[in-house]
Design a protein around this ligand. Structure first.
Ligand code: GDP
Length: 525
């Protein structure tokens, strides 16, 4: 296979949903098709049901499982499919946002009874920002749910994207009879509790009277009517609009019953983009360029608490990645080579010799990498698009064991590199502040500091509304601002100025009174 063909056959994507919509179930069915797993139930849901009070074992389990399922690769019909897992729990939303920077497209799973839910809306915002092509899968049609036209309107309105059904359901719940595949002009009839991978009944002509035999007159004629109606309402599917992130094709099915999943997969392989160009600060890098480049989008601590090794997940953006080859670690300005890069194929993690754009390789790391680090063959490049979001919850972190101050500092430092939370240092009192997007992170940090670094910490409350990064071209005004707000000024890990507003009023006043200062709510600018 040529280099070009290797790239063209890759599909790297993420599945996103509100918790419980069926992301794990759909992932599992896709893996079954790819032969990557052989039994249902092999993919563990990596979600945490309980919130703040969840016990630590659960957090540990969650971490272990998500290492294993962070990336799932399989071959299918000549394609190389890479599914990137995204945590559904909102406290881990940052992790999901970052993962979305490493995918070329996304499948959004929506529960047909619940419609568009909060987390779906938030994740879609990130996709919209990045113009990521999205496909919508409306799931759980075997359950009583909303009307299909109503669901399409809801998706269009709530997710602010044009939609185009490429499949059409016949009823839902008890009345769910099947799905008509508009792309392939086939009707698949539904029979509940079918064995995984077994096909439905296939009818290739919509006017075939056999349809009446299977589903009855009423259902048959309403299917024909609805198809006619939707051909009138929705313009023909325009693949370029989809690729530009302006139009979401919609499929229907039931992941649990493995119904509509194969159609989804086939359509996905056909229309979803192969590895796209990646934006670096310096220039846009095409996947087909022959020199290797890539960036770290995720760092995962090893499950084994006795070994503080971590795994850095590198997304290959261009060129041919090879084992034991020198690459330039841009931030550290040094050459590094990797003797045991791993990939995740068919249930197991194994060492690989090479990888191509679109692939994700795991690199064992003892502390060299941070999220966002770029690797190249020598060119100075910095990949963009790994934002830190302004955190919403804050606590002072204090050392609870004077004998272990060093361990604590090291632990905090490394956990921040992993992107678990953000650290700010208050400039007036020198105290360390941890900022997170969810309460769970505080527990995770405390637990991991103890178990992985032997350090204990204590939190103290701090009343903050928002932390935002500030810059200005007007140096005098910036200095004046910093002087007046001394108590509220902090530095982030990179030494950038951060303003800690204790109320929305305070923030608003600051924005009004200091017109030359820009306030940022994500750290990428
Ligand atoms: P996730 O939180 O999005 O990963 O959701 P899961 O895949 O864990 O599914 C949540 C629940 O919905 C589980 O109990 C699944 O068995 C169930 N489920 C998933 N897909 C379907 C479906 O098509 N029909 C029905 N009735 N239940 C489903």
């Amino acid at each position: 296979m040529t280099f070009k063909e290797e790239i063209q056959r890759r599909r790297t994507f993420g599945i996103i949903s509100h918790p419980d919509a069926g992301k794990t179930t759909l992932t599992e069915k896709l893996l079954l098709f790819g032969g990557a797993i052989h039994v249902a139930g092999a993919v563990k849901s990596n979600k945490i049901k309980k919130t703040a009070t969840s016990d630590f074992m659960e957090i540990e389990k969650q971490r272990g499982i998500s290492v294993a399922t962070s990336v799932m690769g399989f071959n299918y019909n000549g394609y190389k499919v890479n599914i990137l897992d995204t945590p559904g729990h909102q406290d881990f939303a940052e992790d999901t946002y970052r993962t979305l920077t490493a995918v070329d497209s996304v499948i959004i799973v929506i529960d047909g009874a619940k419609g568009v839910e909060a987390q779906t809306r938030k994740l879609m915002e990130v996709c919209r920002m990045r113009k990521t092509p999205v496909i919508v899968f409306i799931n759980k049609l075997d359950r009583p749910g909303k009307d299909a036209f109503e669901l399409l309107d809801e998706v269009e309105e709530e997710l602010q994207i044009k939609v185009r059904p490429l499949a059409w359901p016949m009823g839902n719940g008890d009345q769910f009879k099947g799905v008509y595949n508009i792309l392939e002009e086939n009707l698949y009839l539904f029979s509940p509790n079918k064995q995984v991978l077994e096909d439905g009944i296939e009818i290739s002509d919509i006017n075939d009277p056999e349809i009446e035999e299977y589903v009855g007159k009423t259902s048959a004629s309403s299917l024909r009517e609805e198809l006619e109606l939707l051909e009138g309402v929705y313009p023909e599917f325009d693949k370029n609009e989809y690729l530009a992130g302006n139009l979401a094709p919609v499929f229907f099915g039931s992941a649990l019953n493995n119904f509509g999943v194969r159609e989804l997969l086939h359509a996905f392989l056909k229309i979803a983009p192969s590895p796209l160009p990646s934006k670096a600060e310096e220039r846009v890098v095409d996947a087909y360029e022959d020199k290797f480049t890539g960036f770290v989008f995720k760092i995962h601590a090893n499950m084994d608490p006795n070994h503080r090794n971590r795994l850095a997940f590198v997304k290959i953006c261009s060129g041919h990645f090879k084992r034991n080859t020198n690459y330039l670690h841009i931030r550290q300005g040094k050459q590094m080579k990797f003797s045991s890069p791993t990939a995740f194929m068919a249930e197991k993690k194994s060492i690989i010799d090479e990888a191509f754009p679109g692939d994700i390789v795991g690199i064992p790391d003892s502390g060299n990498f941070k999220i966002g680090d770029t690797l190249t063959e020598g060119e100075i490049l910095h990949y963009k698009g790994l934002p830190s979001f302004s955190p919403e919850l804050f606590r002072y972190i204090e050392n609870a064991d004077p004998m272990k101050a060093k361990q604590l500092a090291k632990g905090v430092d490394q956990l921040m590199d992993e992107g678990v939370a953000q650290l700010f240092i208050n400039q007036s009192n020198g105290r360390k502040i941890i900022g997170t997007v969810g309460v769970l992170q505080f527990e995770v940090i405390q637990h991991r500091l103890l178990h992985e670094y032997g350090a204990s910490c204590r939190y103290e409350p701090i009343n903050l509304y928002k932390a935002c990064w500030i810059t200005s071209d007007n140096k005098a005004e910036l200095e004046d601002f910093k002087k007046r707000k001394t108590q509220y000024m902090a530095k982030d890990k990179h030494g950038r100025d951060v303003f800690l507003a204790d109320s929305s009023y305070m923030l608003q006043m600051a924005q009004e009174n200091f017109k030359d200062i820009r306030f940022y709510f994500t750290s990428e600018f």
